[in-house]
Ligand binder design. Structure first.
Ligand code: ZN
Length: 197
């Protein structure tokens, strides 16, 4: 399929860049890069279990998954994760750590870079289903339902291997909400909640 320049509308032409065959504009610097999509997923701890949502949209309609979604081009991934939780489970979530970064291979579209966080419901937050969910529920770790996506299965497997909270230097949510120029906030160190047992 032929493509056209987003700047000037000219048909793109093949060009080899760093050993890869790409399509580029003959008139300006536009290149149709084949970049991965960046997506987040969050293991949200709540009441001794974790929050899952049952999907009201494809892919995975009717199946359970972690809250999360794509990162917009101008977003901090941690901020995108918090936003997606707000949209999907209608609750403010504080991110507490990074579970891992995953390559999610795709056959028909660009691959994905998955960034998996752990978090917990903010003080007093209650979960309800957002428009992309049929229902949301807290599941005990030993009673999880079948999970929609292999990438989310991998995240949960990693989480279940080490559910103990590995404390980082700063809560990730603070970084997500920060403006580039704002200094770190003073004040008391945030409380860390450690899973019992
Ligand atoms: Zn052009």
């Amino acid at each position: 399929m032929s493509h056209f320049c987003v700047n000037c509308g000219a048909p793109l032409a093949p060009r080899t860049i760093e050993g890869r065959e790409l399509e580029a504009c003959p008139n300006d610097d536009y290149v149709l890069w084949r970049d991965p999509k960046v997506a987040t997923a969050v293991v949200v701890e709540a009441g001794g279990g974790i929050v899952l949502g049952r999907r009201s949209i494809e892919p995975g309609y009717g199946l359970w998954c972690l809250p999360g979604g794509f990162v917009n081009h101008d977003e901090d991934p941690a901020g995108a994760a918090v936003r997606e939780c707000m949209e999907e489970i209608n609750a403010r979530v504080d991110l507490t750590g990074l579970i891992g970064v995953y390559h999610v291979a795709k056959t028909t579209t660009s691959s994905m870079v998955g960034i998996a966080y752990r978090g917990r419901l903010s003080e007093g937050a209650a979960i309800t289903a957002g428009p992309e969910m049929l229902e949301v529920r807290v599941f005990p770790l030993d009673g999880l339902p079948p999970i929609a996506f292999p990438s989310h299965q991998a995240v949960l497997a990693a989480y279940l291997r080490s559910p103990e909270l590995v404390v980082g230097p700063e809560p990730l949510t603070a970084a997500a909400g920060a403006r580039p120029a704002s200094p770190p906030s003073p004040g008391p160190a945030p409380r860390r909640q450690r899973r019992k047992g």
